[in-house]
Design a protein around this ligand. Sequence first.
Ligand SMILES: [Fe+2]
Length: 169
Amino acid sequence: MKLVIEKLPDLRALYIKQLRSLLSAEEEILRGLPILAELATDTQLKQALESHLKETEIQAQRLRGILTQIAGEAQPLTSRAVMALIDEAEDMVQGCSHDAVRDAALIASAQRIEHYEIAAYGAVGHFARVLGRESDVGALGQTIDEEEHADRLLTSVAARVNPAAKKAA
Ligand SMILES: [Fe+2]
């Protein structure tokens, strides 16, 4: 596959490109999260994934708003990284025959995605600050807070699920 390399002459262009990639990431997560939530056995885990799905819809909407303001349109740019993380999660989870082990795999996979998002939003949030786009800084910061909250919630579910997975035959 030959890729066309888009010219990025300045930080503003890089900021827009990364926002477009994040929009694609959120759209991929909107596609993948219901599949992962459906496979969860632990009630709290299922709820955590489902409630993050609702937050993800808002996060995608926030990105569309920011992109429309700065670029006049909100065109996603395929995030191959998140697509691969979700594919890998689906493969990993399908290999688990015990409920608790599957839940442990779901948590580990979901946290990989969360950490990717936290890193990516952290970078664009700083770009927004340097570019003097204060309202974007606020909106992106809100998304980071939600991602971090989701991550902490998954850590607390793992504290219960992982020991149960250890006992799996
Ligand atoms: Fe997100």
